[in-house]
Write a protein that binds this ligand. Structure first.
Ligand SMILES: NC(=O)C1=CN([C@@H]2O[C@H](COP(=O)(O)OP(=O)(O)OC[C@H]3O[C@@H](n4cnc5c(N)ncnc54)[C@H](O)[C@@H]3O)[C@@H](O)[C@H]2O)[C@H](O)CC1
Ligand SMILES: [K+]
Length: 500
């Protein structure tokens, strides 16, 4: 699904009206009805009292339309019009007149004293500003947003939290508990630093014109289940372990051999036919006992890797987990990179070593996948001033070296030289020791099975996140561990195959 800018959203909006020969009011009705349907499912008790703040643009128009729908079905509704300018949009003015005629309690707010006691209401609906926000919020809108945020009330924002800029850093906006956004994912809704404004984000369909969306030129995508599902390769009836890919995991050092066990196990569970672990001597027994399905190759180093040398011919290699940064290990990585021709995933200390030896990055073959967490990324690309700057710096880095960078975190970003893919699966349960090692194993396995590098990253990240999505009911996120990710890879495949 494409992520669009506010300007593109306006275009899709206008084209939907034109191509489907509907009025703008009809489109507002679709959006408001979709919001209403979401709301009544969540708050089915009609004694829920609702306070709606509406601006004077179309976001306010939605607020007023939603007020009418809720009032009609028996909810107790009060509307405050935040009149930050006296020129109402046509559809907002229409819904204002209709709401008044339907005897909904409405007041206009010009100063702070007129703001009702927000805490008295069960739910606040925020329809002050939507995607039309074009400058900093001031005056009465600023006061109202300040009061909403102070109140501690449960707030549901229509489309976007009021005050949130879609294309630049936001410092002041409604702090929503939930944001219910209309059909098009907006980048700002999924950036870590905006989470305090957006709360939980739900995307609802409002029947925008698909053709107009597909014509919009964007290189930022929100990965959807149907798309990932189509990428999954079918099993070959005549497959044997030698035909479905051999993954090699290189890593480990004294005290950190578990990372290689996790990555290797994850690789095999993701479906490649063979897994070999390349480890220092101290790791070989560990993996042979813990994970007998893996083969192991012993490095000449006792406690850390000192010379990466093997005779097997893997189809993909994942390198770096638990590897440490001993001088001999660094040299071994350098020599390995000079000679390697196999599709590669680099994680953890592999990335850290590259960060402190920037000229080695040029040794990487095009489309090598790097999987940094935020700390590793900042060492790799330099610090950033905000999330937009982080994306820009990572993108320039990916372009300069022709790499695929998997920026791990909530809504993991996969950035290559052309596109940005934002992952839509996962929960905070994944913030657990070994989670990254498992991801390295999953992506390496997909590469070994012949998926191209960008699909390996997209599918791998999606499956990894999905395992947490499934288990929230059966395993409390706090006690979800890396092995639980591995155990649920099969369930993730089943779920993806169900919709094919
Ligand atoms: N395609 C869709 O998704 C649909 C969206 N709808 C809703 O419409 C809004 C966008 O409406 P728009 O009228 O363009 O913008 P706003 O409601 O955000 O109004 C802003 C309004 O105020 C002016 N303005 C901008 N910044 C400021 C400021 N800081 N202070 C004061 N005034 C400001 C600006 O010029 C506008 O006039 C979208 O979010 C949805 O909620 C439709 O209902 C259906 C389809
Ligand atoms: K809003």
């Amino acid at each position: 699904m494409k992520i669009l800018t506010s300007q593109q959203i306006r275009y899709v909006d206008a084209e939907t009206i034109k191509r489907e020969a509907i009025s703008s009011l009809e489109l507002m009705k679709r959006a408001s009805t979709a919001f209403y349907n979401w709301f009544i499912e969540k708050y089915s008790n009609k004694s829920t009292s609702v306070l709606i703040f509406s601006g004077v643009g179309n976001n306010g128009g939605d607020g007023l339309f939603i007020a009418r729908l809720l009032h009609k079905s028996g909810y107790s509704v009060k509307v405050c019009i935040v009149e930050y300018k006296n020129q109402y949009s046509e559809d907002c003015a229409h819904n204002f007149r209709r709401a008044k005629a339907e005897n909904i309690s409405i007041i206009k707010i010009y100063n702070e004293d007129q703001i009702p006691d927000i805490c008295k209401y069960d739910v606040v609906i925020d329809g002050i500003f939507g995607t039309g926000l074009s400058r900093d919020v001031t005056g009465i809108a600023e006061s109202v947003i300040g009061k909403i945020n102070e109140s501690g009330a449960k707030v549901i924002s229509i489309d976007v939290p009021s005050g949130l800029f879609l294309e630049r850093k936001t410092t002041f906006a409604v702090k929503a508990t939930e944001t219910v956004t209309f059909q098009i994912p907006k980048l700002a809704l999924f950036l870590p630093e905006n989470n305090l404004f957006t709360g939980n984000v739900t995307i609802i369909d409002i029947g925008l014109n698909e053709q107009a969306i597909s014509e919009s030129d964007s290189n930022i995508y929100f990965t959807e289940k149907s798309e990932i599902s189509k990428l999954i390769k079918p099993l070959n009836l005549f497959a044997h372990k030698g035909t479905v890919g051999h993954a090699l995991i290189v890593g480990g050092s004294l005290g950190k051999c578990g990372s290689v066990c996790l990555a290797s196990r994850a690789a095999l569970k993701t479906g490649c036919g063979l897994v070999t672990a390349y480890m220092p001597k101290c790791g070989v027994q560990v993996i042979q006992i813990n994970f007998p399905e893996a083969m192991a190759i012993e490095d000449r180093g006792e406690r850390y890797i000192s010379n990466i040398d093997f005779e097997i011919k893997p189809d993909a290699i994942g390198i770096g987990v638990g590897m440490g940064q001993n001088e001999e290990t660094k040299k071994a990585l350098h020599d390995f990179l000079i000679n390697n021709k196999v599709p590669l995933v680099i994680d953890a200390d592999g990335i850290n070593i590259l960060s402190s030896n920037h000229n080695w990055i040029e040794l990487l073959k095009p489309d090598t996948i790097l999987t940094p967490h935020p700390g590793e990324l900042s060492r790799l690309v330099g610090g950033w001033s905000d999330d937009y700057d982080k994306i820009q710096k990572t993108r320039l880095f990916a372009q300069k070296y022709n790499l695929i960078i998997v920026v791990k975190g909530a809504y993991t970003l996969i950035i290559d030289s052309e596109n940005i893919y934002m992952n839509s699966t996962g929960t905070p349960a994944l913030a657990t020791a070994g989670s990254g090692d498992v991801l390295t194993g999953i992506i390496t396995s997909l590469l070994a099975q012949g998926y191209n590098p960008i699909d390996s990253a997209k599918v791998g990240v999606y499956i990894h996140g999905m395992t947490a999505d499934f288990t929230t009911k059966s395993i409390n996120p706090r006690s979800f561990v890396a092995s639980d990710i591995i155990e649920n890879i099969g369930n993730a495949y089943n779920n993806l195959e169900k919709i094919r």
